[in-house]
Design a protein around this ligand. Sequence first.
Ligand code: FSA
Length: 451
Amino acid sequence: TPLTHDSAIIIVGGAGTIGSSTALHLCRRGYKDITLLDIYGFPSDYSTYGPSQSAGASDINKIIGTSNSGTRGEISEMTMDMWRNDPVFKNYYHEVGELSAASQPEHIADLRKSYEAKSSNRIKSKDLRWLGNRQEILAHCPHLANGLLDGWQGIWNEKAGWGAANDAVDSVGRELRKFGVKMVFGQAGMFDRPLIDEATTRCIGVITKDGRKHHADRVVMATGAWSPGLIDLAGQCVSKCWIVAHLELSEEEARRYKSIPVVYNEEVGFCFEPRFIRNHEPGKDRWIIKLCDEFPGYTRFMETTPFGAEEPIEVSVPRSHSAHPTDTVPEEGRRRLRRVVEVMLPEFKEREFVKSYMCWCTDTADAEWLFCQHPSYPGLYLATGDSGHSFVTLPSAGSQVVDLLEGKASAERMRRWAWRPGQGDSEGTGRGGIAPKDLNDLDGWAHGDDE
Ligand code: FSA
């Protein structure tokens, strides 16, 4: 069945980054019969300002910059242009600048290489500056005056900052409603398995957990970290979590830290300017600084039988904070988070976090997306493999998925996004050979056995 503007298209995970972006681009290209399925809907369907409503995008801030290689790097001009100018996105992008730094010589050398590569090509060199010492860093980040900056050097990017992730996805949701996109959220939107035509093995829709059949001409699985637990991906995606913490500031403190740049140090972590959050806890408005520690992520392997697997297999499966709001984070993660505060925000080194939780992504071995048609089930498309750096592409990722659906993606991109089991790092580290630890082996985090 050729794809036409009247084809029925289902997007599973439709309220996440890649799913909502795909729906937006489909609408803008004239497709009229789009249905989103998701467990949780768009953020404004909720009264609280959650951490993860099961999508990594449910977050108060994410880094928006031009830092990536592969497809994400190639489309970064479109991405940044849309963050700045597209009415759906522009109110949610804060161009406060970003420092990307390190202190160990090998990491500085890598940053320098990336700086030189970027300044010589698509990103205008006037936006980038090499900061070679403390004084140069403080010229752009005066708030770090009391920070522990020994040996720090790095890239200053004037044309970067952060996105109000939750609000940006919500804005996409509002736009999709204007286009008349159908949305099935909650229990009724929970994916169970694809609906497969026995005779042809063609995917002709989705069966949701409530047993209902949803017919479609194309099904797009934009299910992020949940993907390998839903469909057997032959080990191509390994889902991992990273840790987020929130510090609460008084109004006076928030005023002093307002508009600080994003500071990222790959050996430590990163943090953002304070954001005023309505309903951070029900009924409580607060000024919040979000921060994260940097480490290779944690897996959570368990036996499960995703669709397509003949018997149970070991898959790293997310544990969602929204379903388990009393979960805490591993003790070693807490220590790393405290270190981020000590190094970057020493004024608050005694202050307890008001919240900490884990946020899930799914890594491919080469950090490139897995955007392809399933080799065994025509009509079933995978749009996953975010590899931790895809929120930035909220405005643009969907254009790539739609190119794939329309057969317009270049042969080169199709080759990179292709179904590619066994390629690259079979351990799924994908991060310079450092194997991630597994949450099952870690102590000091509370989690009920209620799953
Ligand atoms: O600029 C960016 O793409 C930030 S990625 C943020 C992050 O927490 C990583 O630092 C981490 O290593 C993992 O990839 C999840 O995302």
